[in-house]
Design a protein around this ligand. Structure first.
Ligand SMILES: Cc1cc2nc3c(=O)[nH]c(=O)nc-3n(C[C@H](O)[C@H](O)[C@H](O)COP(=O)(O)OP(=O)(O)OC[C@H]3O[C@@H](n4cnc5c(N)ncnc54)[C@H](O)[C@@H]3O)c2cc1C
Length: 380
């Protein structure tokens, strides 16, 4: 309520909630076994209006620039917890789409935006390489100009939607300059020279495909350059706060979901002749986590409000990201403990929530990198 949701937002939330219940939860186990979502989920989500809110009407979208809708989707998917983990709508809506809506020419918009709304186009972003992750200036994939094309060589790793993705924002090196040598190219997955590596085996988020990508003499038209050559580093830095905000929405929602499930469990399970909920330790642990989650939700809502006004700074997004994702990991860990041995069994949602949470303090910028951003903002 504190973010100022209106009746349209509530209706939208109901619609997302029923989509998660009807179209995601019943199929999720199968996708986890396949280590990959069925890409048809994206077209179904597109039909239900869950993708591409910010895409202007002229390009097939509703043209709604209101991050609260994005937050509702992330909120509802994550609240379902392990039963809907790894559903990459946030990657599509919050992480990659802003590059295509905000940094493209009208021709590029016409080529790429309509498919992102219908879900026929599945988006990904490829920054990380085997040799560099936190340090974007270490990117070595090269793009050498040859007439009206770039010839791209190199490889990326840990790329979400790496198997299903059809359109990728790819960070490449167009000159040796540390920062001004980076550029962003939009790459269609059917470009000759583009190849997907294996679907990487992760400890959690099994429904999400995460892959290596390799580019061998891949010819990408100069018409696929995003903005100007040499602007890549600054474009990435510009868009990362929204990515971090979105990860924080997921962190708080998922942790709230785990707390609710654990409250149920401790009331049902007994030891020494009384429910686990009766032990002072259980009561204190859950009271502490509920308090921290209350703080987190209040803090998050404030950041969402700031972002809707266009005022969320990179440093505040960094504070929020490290603190909420570390909290999510802590909540999952302490709630697992309260489940005893059952907490270690995959059939219990808390076990999956524990491993699914662990990546949150790493991708989108690690906790340590977030703290370096905050420290820099403090002038040290
Ligand atoms: C499941 C998954 C999905 C991902 N999806 C994507 C994606 O879609 N696209 C994409 O481009 N990438 C993606 N990534 C990559 C992710 O963003 C990187 O793994 C992350 O940024 C960390 O980079 P790294 O793994 O190279 O770790 P490193 O940079 O090698 O870091 C190793 C350790 O050193 C620490 N460290 C590094 N620099 C500093 C410093 N200056 N001060 C203090 N400590 C430091 C780090 O915090 C970390 O603890 C994904 C990763 C995973 C696991």
């Amino acid at each position: 309520m504190t973010i100022g949701y209106e009746s349209e937002h509530h209706q939208f939330r109901d619609s997302v909630r029923s989509f998660v219940r009807e179209r995601i939860v019943p199929h999720h186990e199968q996708w986890e076994n396949d280590s990959c979502l069925d890409p048809a989920l994206f077209t179904e989500a597109g039909k239900r209006g869950l993708l591409g809110f910010s895409v202007p009407e002229a390009y097939g979208g509703p043209g709604v620039e209101d991050f609260r809708y994005n937050a509702i989707v992330v909120d509802e998917v994550n609240r379902a917890g392990a039963a809907a983990a790894g559903i990459a709508f946030s990657l599509q809506n919050d992480v990659v789409l802003p590059y295509l809506t905000d940094m493209t020419t009208p021709d590029q918009k016409a080529r790429w935006l309509p498919g992102t709304v219908t879900g026929e186009t599945i988006l990904g972003i490829a920054m990380t390489e085997p040799g560099t992750g936190s340090d974007l200036t270490g990117i070595r994939t090269t793009a050498v100009r040859d007439g009206d094309h770039y010839v791209v060589n190199g490889s990326k790793t840990f790329i979400s939607n790496g198997q299903n993705g059809t359109l990728f924002v790819v960070a490449v090196r167009t000159s040796a300059d540390k920062h001004k040598g980076l550029s962003l190219l939009i790459v269609e997955s059917d470009t000759p020279g583009f190849s997907r590596g294996r679907n990487l085996e992760k400890i959690g988020l099994h429904a999400q495909d995460t892959s290596e990508l390799t580019f061998t003499d891949m010819r990408v038209p100069v018409a696929n350059l995003l903005g100007e050559e040499g602007q890549g580093f600054y474009q990435l830095v510009h868009n990362l706060p929204q990515e971090r905000l979105s990860l924080s929405v997921g962190a708080v929602s998922a942790a709230e979901g785990v707390l609710v499930q654990t409250l149920e469990y401790v009331k049902e399970r007994s030891a020494f002749g009384q429910p686990i909920a009766g032990f002072q330790n259980t009561r204190f642990v859950l009271a502490e986590l509920a308090t921290e989650l209350d703080l987190a939700r209040t803090y998050l809502d404030d950041c969402i409000r700031q972002h809707v006004r266009g005022e969320l700074t990179p440093a505040r997004a960094a504070r929020l990201k490290w603190w909420t994702t570390e909290l999510q990991v802590r909540v999952a860990d302490r709630c697992l403990q309260l489940h005893g041995g059952y907490g270690y069994m995959r059939e219990y949602a808390v076990a999956r929530a524990f491993v699914d949470a662990r990546i949150q303090t790493i991708y989108g910028g690690t906790t340590e990198i977030m703290k370096t951003i905050v420290a820099k903002d403090l002038g040290i």
